[in-house]
Design a protein around this ligand. Structure first.
Ligand code: FAD
Length: 487
């Protein structure tokens, strides 16, 4: 084996070169660097990337490979269980060290531990870094040393801890391994849909990659941050950052986002309601990852164990209507169609559609979580599971179960002109605003004038709001009566 001082950087949820501690460490300490990405669907099981994530991953890897190649560093792609692939590659490449940025879900942590052990046994250094969070989950604890279960004190603890470390610059100099092991061809992984190619809306909406993420961040901070607190709940406006898939794939890191906001504050009016609210959302992301780390069963098991006995229904027809945006509730249908078309949905509408599935339809939250996992480009281990549990009322610091969103009033409040519904549910386009969120309340003449035939061009509501609400509250009473409740 040649005598080299070669390090492998194993990329995972950190597909970028700036502010990437594992990559920076390898570039600084080693003569030669080899970049590796391992598509490990075996270890992830049901939580392997869904359809929309696979689309994103393909383009993000292509972008990363191009950027690395510009620096002379090869990116080797391999498919299979990482516990086999990584130690094998380290040996073939003659690497003296393998570096990675940490992940926080149970099967990832378990695999990483096994790999660290195997590399150590082979005399290869294995070292991990934080490239994904502002702070590590074990750094933020309550006075009694427990993880936080309530967001507000968690946020206060983050504020008290001060700004997170500054992001690192992209290494100026790095030398790639001259004779890299063979790589799979990205195209052979078939991450892109072909028959049918349903990704047209994704292509129109998104451009994965580190440079686009950086530009999106700065465009947001320069032009929309100041109005974020006022407009962030309005799905009809382009008021949020759209950074979620970039953050999930690590094309940009949260410390880069945090410090871009601080720099903007320093150059402008200091802390504003807009910047404070935005930083708080970034801390919600941290909170979700803390829950993910401390409650590893969060994907499937309700944190509030009373909900294990909740009398959920099974109803494939209702589930299909929800998935397809055919519930007869315009704000719900608009959200589900936005999701299908673009791989993304506005946060306010995510809450409304999730509440509708869980409470109006009484379907298990895990069904919605799985659908989001498959269709969201930002499908994220921490944010998705924690948010579904939050809406279901069974998570840590959850919204109480009896808070049931009314889809009509949510629509009126947050889509006041009906522009969002008109965009995604065009069959209601001509309906006057007064009825856009409850078409069944319009007079027959109004419907006719707008070209809406309920039951034909647009469905009748699949459940009656008041009856569904009463049914949900009844179901909740059943678990409240459970004498083992909450333990
Ligand atoms: P902005 O408003 O610009 O916020 C900036 C960043 O803060 C986001 O990119 C995100 O990383 C973080 N953030 C914002 N809101 C939240 C939140 N409520 N919880 C945690 N982090 C947040 N977000 C995901 O990234 N992936 C998911 O799989 C996901 N699933 C969700 C499922 C449900 C049922 C709900 C109600 C919310 C879910 N969210 C998820 C949270 C939130 O809806 C998205 O992060 C947000 O809409 C992304 O848009 P943005 O980047 O424009 O957000």
């Amino acid at each position: 084996m040649p005598e080299t001082n070669c390090a492998i950087v194993w990329f995972r949820h950190d597909l970028r070169l700036s502010d990437n501690p594992a990559f920076a460490h390898a570039a600084a300490e080693h003569d030669q660097v080899l970049a590796v990405y391992c598509l490990d669907e075996d270890t992830a099981g049901a939580w392997r990337p869904g359809g929309a994530s696979r689309w994103w991953l393909h383009h993000s890897l292509a972008d990363l490979a191009a950027t690395l190649s510009g620096k002379g560093v090869p990116l080797v792609l391999r498919r299979g269980p990482a516990t086999r692939v990584i130690p094998e590659l380290a040996e073939t490449a003659g690497a003296t060290a393998v570096y990675w940025n940490r992940r926080y879900y149970a099967w990832g942590i378990e695999a990483d531990k096994a790999i660290k052990q195997a590399l150590g046994d082979a005399g290869i250094v294995a070292e991990s870094f934080n490239g994904t969070l502002l702070r590590e989950p074990w750094e933020t604890r309550t006075g009694s040393g427990d993880p936080y279960k309530v967001f507000t004190p968690f946020w206060r603890a983050y504020q008290a801890a001060g700004a997170p470390p500054e992001p690192r610059r992209r290494p100026a100099r790095v030398t790639g391994l001259a004779d890299p092991p063979a790589s799979d061809r990205l195209d052979d992984w078939n991450l892109l849909p072909t028959r049918p190619d349903w990704a047209g809306g994704l292509r129109q909406t998104w451009s994965p990659g580190e440079e686009t993420a950086r530009r999106r961040l700065h465009a947001f901070v320069d032009s929309r941050l100041h109005a974020y607190a006022r407009d962030r709940n309005r799905p009809d406006l382009d008021a949020t950052s759209g950074l979620s898939p970039h953050l999930h794939f690590g094309e940009i890191g949260p410390r880069q986002v945090w410090h871009a906001v601080l720099a903007h504050e320093q150059a402008n009016d200091g802390r504003t309601k807009g910047s404070e609210t935005f930083l708080k959302e970034l801390v919600w992301r941290e909170f979700s990852h803390n829950l993910l780390f401390h409650f590893p069963g969060i994907f499937e098991v309700p944190i509030d164990r009373r909900f294990a006995d909740f009398p959920w229904r099974e109803d494939d027809e209702a589930l299909a209507a929800w998935q397809g945006g055919r519930t007869g509730y315009p704000i719900v249908d608009a959200g589900m169609r936005q999701l299908w078309e673009t791989g993304w949905m506005h946060n306010r509408v995510r809450m409304v559609v999730a509440s509708f599935l869980i409470k109006h339809l009484l379907l298990p939250w895990q069904r919605g979580e799985a659908w989001f996992w498959d269709t969201l480009v930002d499908a994220d281990h921490g944010n998705n599971a924690a948010s579904w549990q939050w809406v279901a009322g069974c998570g840590a610091d959850a919204a109480p179960y009896f808070r049931i969103f009314n889809p009509m009033t949510q629509g009126e409040k947050f889509d006041p002109d009906g522009a969002y519904v008109r965009k995604w549910v065009p069959e209601l386009k001509e309906l006057p605003t007064k009825w856009i969120h409850a078409p069944w309340t319009a007079t027959p003449q109004t419907l006719e004038d707008a070209g809406v035939r309920l039951g034909e061009t647009y469905p009748h509501p699949i459940v009656d709001h008041m009856a569904a609400r009463a049914r949900a509250l009844d179901a909740f009473e059943q678990i409240k009566r459970d004498p083992s409740g909450g333990r």
